[in-house]
Design a binder for this molecule. Structure first.
Ligand SMILES: [Zn+2]
Length: 483
């Protein structure tokens, strides 16, 4: 009897193990979405959620789409050389599972190239899309297809994009369509073919904006979707980014459109696909400590995640979505003086500090020394709510006016941030609003703060707990079953 019982138990256990095995075999991701919020620390996410709740008169979180995912984890981001990473070393780790030196892209500390998950999946016959809200040759997107000793070798990165053979790219433009030969003088070697030509010669079709994408998609073998502004191809500086959500015009390309187009393009041509989507402009806004702009761009990335989530709902047994960040930027602190937050005040900001800088520059070039303080004051009112919804102390007013006087003399102070020089007056005005919203920033650079990881779908359970940024890529590969 005992023997019979034992045999019975054994066969049930075997059967169960077999069932588990075949279940595991069945459940492999065919569609992988990898979202990377550049500079999107935990506080950037929570500030956005608490801001949205405050708009509804509540002290609470109004959850974003991705923070509702069933699996959450934490991730540390340091590089081999720095406690605080840069985007290229962080991107390399997220793309390949290998840590490297800050400043290098897609290569190990000894200079040998890493093998990224995008390359592995491409070699295994998957469709691959690499997209961002900044330029497609920037560090995070570049980490998936480029191998260079310095992330600022933009031209070389662009030629490697063309050679990658990946199916879809989406973003603002190329940062440097020609080879930069003198950084100080901003001299480009126009005798070399532009990256646009090199990509066209490599069977890529360019679409400027979503409408053009719709027109060209059927004939295109491979697609590069870029910002809708015409003339960018001749503009060496480019803008480097699709406009921030807070500044976006009706005709501007958006990250949600890029995500929609990428899913459409990849799913119509491939049985399996991998899509990386970077909320790259979050980082740029954090570098200038522009809180309202950060919040809007986090919301923007969340809307892109929502599109992937809707796809997941249609293909739940075959889809994996992972959302994380490459590092935190700005050292954003929630609280700067007492026990209150006043995040809703940030709704009075109607343009990024970049855009206000442009507006002031334009006004100054038009009116010169005849530019009146009242006109400048109106800009501060419209852009940041100052003197109206946001109180300005007599000292702050005095400082703003002194900056205005310097400006009409052509002697205004500019504030250098990583991606743009900001007008000192606009910067000071933005910081008045930020201070009153009770937020604080510790730096104009990155920080070492851990970032969040959120996952849903096939293989999502692997992403729980504390992890190193090198562990995410192998877990994604694990979910695909591709060796
Ligand atoms: Zn970054």
């Amino acid at each position: 009897m005992r023997k019979v019982l034992f045999t019975l138990i054994l066969s049930v256990v075997t059967l169960f193990a077999f069932a588990q095995d075949s279940l595991a075999e069945q459940k492999q991701a065919k569609y992988v979405f990898y979202f990377i919020g550049d500079g999107m620390g935990q506080n950037q996410v929570l500030t956005t959620e608490m801001y949205l709740a405050e708009l509804e008169g509540k002290i609470n979180r109004k959850p974003l789409c991705f923070t509702g995912f069933p699996v959450t984890g934490q991730c540390v981001t340091f590089s081999t050389t720095n406690g605080i990473t840069d985007s290229s070393a962080a991107g390399t780790a997220l793309a390949s599972g290998e840590k490297t030196k800050s400043g290098t892209l897609g290569v190990r500390p000894d200079g040998t190239p890493v093998h990224t998950i995008a390359e592995r999946l491409h070699e295994a016959g998957w469709g691959v899309g690499i997209t961002t809200s900044v330029s497609i040759d920037h560090a995070t997107p570049g980490a998936f297809y480029a191998h260079v000793n310095s992330r600022s070798e933009y031209y070389k990165i662009g030629t490697q994009l063309a050679a990658s053979g990946f199916d879809f790219f989406g973003g603002a433009t190329f940062y440097h369509p020609h080879l930069l030969i003198d950084k100080k003088k901003r001299l480009f070697d126009t005798s070399t073919p532009s990256l646009y030509k090199i990509c066209r010669d490599s069977a890529y079709t360019f679409a400027h904006g979503f409408a053009e994408y719709e027109n060209l998609k059927d004939e295109a073998k491979k697609m590069i979707l870029i910002q809708s502004h015409e003339g960018l191809e001749d503009d060496y500086e480019g803008k480097g980014m699709i406009p921030y959500r807070i500044d976006r015009g009706f005709n501007d390309l958006s990250l949600t459109q890029i995500t929609e187009a990428a899913i459409d393009f990849l799913s119509s041509r491939n049985e399996k696909f991998f899509l990386m989507v970077e909320g790259g402009a979050i980082d740029w806004a954090c570098h200038s400590n522009d809180a309202a702009t950060v919040i809007k761009d986090v919301i923007d990335m969340d809307e892109a995640v929502r599109i992937a989530y809707e796809f997941y709902l249609q293909h739940q047994d075959e889809t994996l979505i992972v959302v994380t960040a490459d590092h935190e930027t700005g050292g954003l602190g929630m609280g700067n003086s007492d026990y209150t937050l006043n995040l809703q005040l940030l709704q009075n900001q109607k343009a990024s500090v970049f855009e206000v800088t442009n507006t002031l520059k334009l006004l100054h070039s038009e009116f010169g020394k005849h530019l009146k303080w009242e006109m400048v004051k109106d800009i501060l009112k419209e852009s940041f709510g100052l003197y109206d919804k946001v109180k300005v102390s007599p000292e702050e007013d005095k400082y703003l006016q002194s900056q205005y006087k310097q400006m009409i003399k052509g002697k205004q102070k500019n504030v250098k941030t990583l991606y743009k020089e900001i007008d000192g007056l606009a910067d000071y005005a933005m910081r008045i609003l930020c201070r009153q919203s009770k937020l604080g920033w510790t730096t104009g650079a990155h920080s070492a703060a851990a970032v969040g990881v959120w996952a849903i779908g096939v293989g999502a359970e692997q992403f729980t707990g504390w992890q190193d940024n090198t562990q995410i890529a192998p877990k994604i590969m694990n979910a695909t079953g591709v060796k």
